[in-house]
Design a protein around this ligand. Sequence first.
Ligand code: PGA
Length: 250
Amino acid sequence: MSRRPLVAGNWKMNMLNADGVALAREIAEKYAALKSPKCDVLVCPPAIWVAGVAQAVAGKIAVGAQDCHAAESGAHTGDISVPMIKDAGASFVIVGHSERRTNHHETDADVKAKAEAVIKHGLTAVICIGETEAQRDAGKTIDVCRSQIQGSMPDGATAENVVIAYEPVWAIGTGRTPTTKDVEDVHAAIREAIAAKTDKKTADGMRILYGGSVKPSNAEELMALPDVDGALVGGASLKAADFWAIVEAC
Ligand code: PGA
């Protein structure tokens, strides 16, 4: 089963409008100049810049939001719904990033409800999972990932409407990464967990990204692993040259 890799940039709470538009435009232009690109590219700016960035990249690369509310509309001050994200020109939404799970106390059930809203409106959910350092030290990495897949993946998940991002919490923004053997083992276990939750065909087609301190110097090695189907990139997605080097590694 061949899976088309996806390189996704998660800008987090960074970038003002003009810099974000310039960054996205540079990536989009480089991508559009490729004769036969071997991977998909996605940028996820802060919600307030999604519409402007979507307009700037003009469909050359995909644009996503970093979070959403599970409801379509209503009395949720400060929140943003999936129909709004779609209307702004995005086609992906990251849900369940560890910074949301930690800082906003989002549970697997919350993440599942958000992912359900994303796929209901025809967008693709990038569902993030991953263990903390304490869980890793306790030998619970695979159990944690399995239970997050079980709890966060919506029932209607397919290889088209869901992407999984495995991001060990301790590797995010720290410059530390698991060994390639660990990444390989965890990704294989995640694919088994997806098969248990859906079916083998869905699991074989679903993209599993690795995230956590991906940079130009380690991208090639990580992207070459058999069950790694791309990357979710934080810090290194803020500089066009670094992000582009990761796209090229893919
Ligand atoms: P990082 O972040 O690449 O800066 O480690 C990854 C992420 O949180 O998605």
